[in-house]
Design a protein. Structure first.
Length: 396
């Protein structure tokens, strides 16, 4: 099997290169082209593949096949010699994120003793998973501060190659089981890791490391972070959102959290007041409906149909009717979806759960409840009136 020389191993800043085609094979997306050398990084180790062009043709994918690297194109290329051009903006972004991850992972291990168990470089942000779900805010802040201090010191980031036997003698942040020649990436005086990815040459190139989100699950903590250009774009976005919120509140940026909390409390209070008013109105309406109903065998049955926008009012009214002596409410709501609310004074004669089940069995829909209150829905709108009449007939 042929061997592909991986130019990105020794020069992550290489933007273009010349190579020879070794062979071309068919692929469902077009063809697989194998070169004697490549600067295109194939997806590996949590880092996505490079984008770019090969002989002026857009690269669809780059695949690591062990000794070889396959380049996926839509169609064949003419000739044996080709020129490759890297999508530099994407490549440098990945270099910033990947080196930032090495620094951040080392910072968590040094500052808090947490090890990184996995890494993923996404299109908008990246994540690392730490080996504990007890990572606190102070520990995150301490690790973030340490990581950025290493960035600001602009330490060298170097690449070297060693035998597996020699690597076993070195103090790697994460031991490796790889065999043969192993590529090591070192952040001077701070981190040493086995890695095949692309990296900046000095930590200053990372720009800044910013933790954006924390999630805890299954004994681990997942941290979402951004570096460099991504951190700048997020900062701009944050400033824009915060400025818009500040304009809405007619206040300064620093007062926005307080204003949001104040408004949330006001909305909560308004919601409680609105609920109280709705219950009071339902009580008044229920009293009127109960008085207008006819008493029969100790019960007063109120049958009423509400419009689709009055679902909440209908339910409150049903409950309010059940607070009156002998009160039985058979309430329907039109619209999509339809609804039924059956309620009676606690200890009433009927079993409204059974009444509802028989009603939906006959007219469609579903529902359930207890002896004194049951609700359902999903009936055809043109059957609501008939359903209420049927339910009332069951009461007798």
């Amino acid at each position: 099997m042929a061997h592909t020389e991986r130019l990105y191993y020794t020069d992550s800043y290489l933007k273009e290169f010349a190579a020879s085609i070794l062979r071309i094979e068919d692929d469902p997306r077009g063809v697989r082209i194998y070169l004697d050398r490549t600067a295109f990084y194939p997806e590996s180790g949590g880092q996505p593949s490079d984008h770019g062009e090969l002989a002026g043709v857009h690269l669809l994918d780059v695949i690591d096949e062990g000794e070889e690297v396959a380049h996926i194109l839509a169609h064949r290329l003419a000739g044996e010699a080709v020129q490759g051009n890297i999508d530099w903006a994407r490549r440098f972004d990945h270099m910033q994120q990947h080196t930032g991850q090495h620094i951040l992972s080392a910072a968590f291990e040094r500052a808090a003793g947490y090890k990184t168990v996995s890494f993923h470089l996404g299109a908008e942000s990246s994540t690392i998973d730490l080996d504990s779900d007890r990572v606190g805010a102070q520990q995150i802040e301490a690790a973030e501060e340490l990581a950025n201090s290493v960035v600001f010191e602009n330490r060298p980031v170097t690449v070297s190659f060693h035998s597996a036997a020699d690597v076993q003698k070195l103090d790697l942040r994460k031991p490796t089981e790889r065999e043969g020649e192993i590529r090591l990436v070192e952040v001077e005086g701070f981190d040493l890791s086995a890695c095949g990815g692309t990296h900046v040459s000095r930590t200053g190139g990372v720009g800044i490391i910013n933790v954006r989100k924390v999630e805890r699950a299954k004994g681990q903590t997942r941290l979402e972070f951004v570096c460099g250009g991504r951190a700048l774009r997020r900062a701009r976005q944050d400033f824009s959102i915060l400025s818009e919120a500040a304009r809405g509140f007619s206040t300064g940026l620093e007062n926005v959290p307080e204003m949001i909390e104040k408004q949330a409390q006001e909305m909560c209070n308004a919601g409680k007041s609105q609920q109280k008013l709705a219950e009071e109105l339902a009580g008044l309406e229920a009293a009127q409906l109960w008085q207008q109903s006819t008493e029969k065998n100790g019960s007063r049955v109120v049958r009423r149909l509400y419009e689709s926008a009055e679902g909440k009012r209908a339910k409150l009214t049903a409950h309010a009717i059940s607070k009156h002596p002998g009160g039985v409410a058979l309430i329907g709501v039109k619209g999509i979806p339809t609804a039924l609310f059956f309620a009676q004074t606690p200890g009433g004669k009927a079993n409204l759960s059974d009444v509802l089940k028989q009603t939906v069995a006959k007219f469609g829909g579903k529902g359930g409840g207890s002896r004194d209150f049951a609700q359902g829905g999903g009936l055809p709108e043109n059957q609501i009136e008939a359903a209420l009449s049927f339910a009332e007939s069951l009461l007798s």
